[in-house]
Design a protein around this ligand. Structure first.
Ligand SMILES: Cc1cc2nc3c(=O)[nH]c(=O)nc-3n(C[C@H](O)[C@H](O)[C@H](O)COP(=O)(O)OP(=O)(O)OC[C@H]3O[C@@H](n4cnc5c(N)ncnc54)[C@H](O)[C@@H]3O)c2cc1C
Length: 619
């Protein structure tokens, strides 16, 4: 252990993850906490980290309240509809009422925004999206965070949260290691804001072998946002609500600009509009939800998946009409060049020019996240002025652990935040964290050296395991004494894929499969005590894997608990194929007991605050 030097840092606000939510939190913490010590710790380098690393072509959440384009209530209705009724409306409203101010700051900071030449307003791609030249989006928000923080630590992976030993259920900081130096870092902090993104690679991806690493969601998003709080007993919500995306095949290129701006559309191999064909069957499953406008994302996936199973594939995006217009053709290509260069490369390598060939679409493997058309994540307190008692315990965006806050993909129940909404949620969490400190809620925190030393031993154990056992084998990678991170990852992905509703089963699972999946995940957990890491990079992979495995357990427990198929097209419970509003019009909340590792689950009411308030106003 002596070779891993220990560094201590004491601070007021510790931000874990410097992506969109983390940069927003770091920026806002300085605004309210002028004299406070604010630290941001990032696994990569905040200039190009997180889901926005490569850039974006649209900001997907902007109300346009200054022009009366949309109001927060409209966004709540939109997100509620898309998630088949299951959202935390207090959180969604709170984000929506502040998101425009965030976007206006991006504009001031120099993010190139496209303007509508006729109106002078931001150029709309759709009702909620505005178009940007966003290749430099991430460096711009990173600069704001760098100017605000006392220190940004890049290349440090946070592996565990520290807990206060003086007062139960209160956070005391976090620990991790530097992936370049191998040093051990202890951050003792009065508050912690977890903003570590979503989870890819917990289900087996479509791209395997030579394509491994190509996923829709960022491959480096490894579920730390979930595993860190789950491990200390924080409550989680809607973890069954994993997302499946319809994307361009093999490159996972986004389809938003194509549908909304280029007005392209989809058809099956025979040139038919297949969505109509599945209307009656879908109505059987979900009732009137299929008549909602816009059609919920999962239901559009459902038609795609059913059509493919029925032999109508491949499904194509009809680009050949729009691409005849030179302006739209340029937009179509630029959309990828500023955001997903890989898709343009895939098309070039497969001789696909979308002007003459309609490209194929596919449905992705499932991902876990809280900011897109999905709302998995931590169960947090809402804002004081909006939240019903069940949703409020003192500080906005605080988890069920005192002093522990969340934002962006970390936070459950609040879908459709996207990049701007995640940054906004980081700001909201930071404001509340500063207030928590000012209210003297973080006095007398005690984190003993023993707690820190125990974590140090645990963190570097995979290096020791490998060191000791490596000579037992003379060739190959199969050892009697350890498993490598890639072996563990592939095992995890197969369990999730085959038992928990991945692509292998066309997203189908049931109670028996989930039970078996949980059993296999428990054995994997035991074996992960023996994961071996040959170097610091593999040590990172080992901890990413452990976080993915814990996230997966939570996803599986939630999927087993909700005995209905609420989101066909995201996954199916074959033993409960129908949406069941009588019994399951509710949010699911779990807690893992840190001492026993056992999960307990409960139903929590879903309050439709927006229309309730309107009803009250009218009466
Ligand atoms: C392919 C794709 C396309 C998208 N397109 C759009 C779009 O067009 N418009 C739009 O508005 N939004 C879009 N989004 C959504 C947007 O990117 C996300 O909503 C947003 O980035 C979520 O913010 P976050 O801070 O929660 O996560 P991220 O921005 O991903 O940040 C998480 C950060 O945490 C770090 N981290 C992870 N684990 C650890 C750890 N253990 N220790 C330290 N650091 C850690 C990561 O390195 C990362 O920097 C897209 C997302 C994806 C994946």
């Amino acid at each position: 252990m002596a070779k891993h030097k220990t560094h201590y840092e004491d601070c007021d606000v510790l931000v874990v993850g410097g992506g969109m939510a983390g940069t927003g939190a770091t920026f806002e913490a300085r605004h309210w906490g002028r004299d406070m010590k604010i630290i941001c710790v990032e696994k990569a380098n905040i200039d190009r980290s997180g889901a926005v690393a490569q850039g974006l072509y649209a900001i997907n959440c902007y109300m346009g309240m200054q022009w009366g384009e949309n109001q927060p209530e409209d966004h709540v209705r939109y997100a509620r509809n898309d998630l088949m009724g299951m959202v935390r409306e207090d959180l969604g409203y709170d984000m929506a009422r502040h998101v425009d101010s965030t976007v206006h700051m991006f504009d001031e900071w120099g993010l190139p925004m496209m303007k509508n030449e006729k109106t002078g307003r931001y150029l709309r791609e759709g009702k909620w999206q505005i178009m940007i030249h966003g290749e430099s989006y991430k460096p711009i928000v990173a600069e704001a965070a760098k100017k605000s923080a006392d220190k940004i630590y890049n290349r440090i992976m946070i592996t565990h949260l520290l807990m206060d030993e003086a007062q139960e259920n209160r956070v005391g900081g976090a620990v991790g290691f530097n992936m370049r130096t191998g040093d051990y870092h202890v951050f003792r902090s009065k508050t912690v804001i977890v903003a570590a993104g979503g989870a890819s690679h917990i289900f087996k991806p479509r791209a395997v072998g030579e394509g491994m690493g190509r996923t829709w969601y960022a491959p480096w998003s490894n579920g730390s946002a979930y595993a860190l709080p789950i491990a200390v007993g924080a409550k989680m919500t809607q973890m069954e609500n994993r997302i499946v995306l319809c994307r361009f095949k093999d490159g996972y290129g986004p389809v938003g600009a194509y549908f909304l701006h280029l007005k392209t559309y989809t058809q099956n191999a025979n040139g038919e509009n297949y969505e109509k064909k599945w209307y009656d069957q879908t109505k059987e499953l979900v009732g009137e939800y299929i008549d909602h406008h816009p059609t919920p994302t999962c239901l559009r996936n459902h038609a795609f998946i059913q059509e493919t199973i029925a032999g109508g594939g491949p499904i194509h995006m009809v680009t050949t009409e729009a691409f005849q217009d030179p302006h739209l053709e340029t937009v179509g290509w630029e959309n990828f060049l500023g955001m997903t260069v890989g898709q343009a490369v895939v098309w070039a390598s497969q001789n696909i020019d979308p002007k003459y060939t309609n490209p194929e679409l596919t449905t992705s493997e499932p991902y876990v996240m809280g900011s897109h058309a999905t709302c998995s994540g931590a169960w947090v307190s809402g804002p004081e002025d909006l939240s019903p008692p069940e949703y409020f315990w003192g500080y906005n965006r605080m988890l069920t652990i005192d002093g522990l806050f969340g934002a962006g993909d970390t936070v459950g129940g609040s879908a459709h935040k996207f990049s701007s909404g995640s940054f906004t949620e980081g700001r909201l969490a930071a404001k509340a964290a500063v207030k928590y400190i000012e209210d003297k809620k973080a006095e007398g925190i005690n984190v003993t050296d023993k707690q820190c030393e125990d974590f140090k031993v645990a963190i570097f154990k995979p290096l020791e395991t490998y060191q000791v056992a490596q000579n037992e084998i003379t060739g190959g990678t199969v050892s009697p004494s350890y498993i490598s991170p890639i072996q563990g990852l592939q095992r995890l992905q197969r369990i999730m894929d085959e038992y928990v509703g991945g692509i292998a089963t066309n997203y189908m699972t049931n109670g028996n499969m989930l039970k078996r999946g949980l059993e296999l995940l428990t054995w994997l957990e035991e074996d992960l005590e023996k994961v071996g890491a040959e170097d610091l990079h593999q040590l990172m992979r080992a901890w990413e894997l452990k976080h993915r495995a814990l996230t997966s357990q939570c996803v599986t427990e939630h999927t087993m608990f909700r005995e209905e198929t609420r989101w066909p097209g995201y996954y199916y419970r074959g033993d409960h194929m129908k949406l069941d509003d009588d019994n399951w019009h509710c949010l699911t909340v779990s807690r893992r007991d840190p001492k026993t590792g056992k999960f307990s689950l409960e139903k929590v009411p879903v309050y439709h605050i927006v229309d309730e308030n309107e009803k009250k106003k009218a009466s």
